[in-house]
Ligand binder design. Structure first.
Ligand SMILES: CC1(C)c2ccccc2-c2ccc(C[C@@H](CC(=O)O)C(=O)C(=O)O)cc21
Ligand SMILES: [Zn+2]
Length: 333
């Protein structure tokens, strides 16, 4: 690993992929009792909250405990031929017939996942367990879930007028797994339980530098820019990317503001990585709340509504691109 120049080792011994041409500043780290935390959440800026103990009751969720208690219904595990696990919406493949799914979703029992995890050899398909926690988990797990610090979460939801908690994902990954840069339209408290994850975050204003796939593409909300091999011919503005970076470890909670781009990698020095996220709908925005100029999160929502509406108005999503080009080329460019 050390002599492989694609990777770097930081001062804490964490090993992750090196992206020299992406300028980053450290994500602010604050102790859970700092009054500054609310300022970051109010401004919708990322912050790593330390020693909060949000999901301490999940510290015992090692593979043995989960095997005993999570129930042997089939769980969803993503399988990838590479180290990248890119979300894609399979129902949109019809619009892009030559789209090749970057990974597959398999259903397997915890027993099967653990066997695959334990017998995995480099070069084999990688696996990433992803299970919505509100599903039918065993009673011990549900009890641990109830012992999360819901009072802290609810106080933030109320204070910042967020919508409902939509879901918690339990994520169990292998060292080296990468979730390429994408955005979600929800507020996210991302709790790290076991192992370390390197995170890169970018403000929504970098929309033009990250070239998201079209709205109707299966990889909607994902960037087309491959950080490991950026194609500056196709994506010249990617050179101007500037963001935040950090490593989250056991007990850390990262606040990923709604619509912020994020790249998440399980460090190579980790054993297994376990994370639990808390996705909240954003606050209901009434017209009277609107302030101009719009924030980039709002412009993003406008852009998505335009692409969606055009797909419907033109009756065929594949006409959206040509139509927009006709509208803009030579007139706004
Ligand atoms: C990559 C994977 C397993 C996946 C495959 C197919 C569909 C959805 C997803 C999905 C959704 C969320 C995460 C957690 C996290 C990234 C990370 O921790 O790796 C993240 O992005 C967030 O919390 O917002 C990970 C995944
Ligand atoms: Zn995400």
């Amino acid at each position: 690993m050390m002599d492989d120049e694609r990777f770097m080792t930081d001062s804490d011994g964490r090993i992750y992929r090196r992206y020299d041409d992406i300028k980053t500043k450290p994500i602010q780290r604050l102790n859970y009792d700092s009054r500054e935390i609310n300022r970051f959440i109010k401004k919708q800026e990322p912050v790593i909250i330390e020693n909060l103990g949000l999901v301490d009751s999940a510290t015992k969720w090692d593979l043995e405990y989960l095997h005993e208690n999570i129930g042997n219904e089939e769980k969803s595990v993503y399988v990838s031929k590479t180290h990248k696990f890119m979300y894609y919406n399979a129902s949109r493949c019809a619009v892009y017939p030559d789209f090749i799914p970057p990974n597959e979703q398999h259903n397997m029992t915890m027993t099967e996942f653990i066997r695959k995890y334990r017998t995995w050899k480099p070069g084999e398909h990688r696996i990433y367990f992803q299970q919505i926690l509100t599903d039918t988990v065993g009673s011990c797990i549900y009890n641990d879930f109830r012992n999360f610090k819901w009072s802290w979460l609810n106080s933030k939801k109320e204070r910042f007028n967020w919508g409902d908690l939509t879901s918690n994902l339990l994520l169990i990954g292998q060292p080296g797994n990468v979730t390429p840069v994408h955005y979600d339209e929800q507020q996210n408290f991302f709790a790290q339980v076991h192992g370390y994850k390197r995170v890169l975050l970018f403000d929504p204003k970098f929309f033009q530098c990250l070239y998201p796939y079209p709205f109707h593409h299966p990889c909607d909300r994902q960037s087309q820019v491959d950080f490991e091999n950026p194609d500056y011919e196709r994506f010249p503005l990617a050179k101007h990317l500037a963001g935040y970076e950090g490593v989250v470890g056991p007990g850390d909670v990262l606040y990923i503001p709604m619509c912020w781009w994020h790249y998440i990698e399980s460090t190579m020095d980790s054993q297994i990585t376990t994370s639990i996220n808390f996705w909240y709908k954003h606050q209901s925005m009434t017209l009277s709340d609107l302030r101009f100029p719009l924030k980039w999160q709002q412009k993003l929502t406008v852009s998505r509504n335009i692409e969606k509406m055009l797909g419907e108005a033109l009756g065929d999503p594949s006409e959206v691109g040509p139509f927009l080009n006709a509208l803009v080329n030579g007139r706004y460019t």
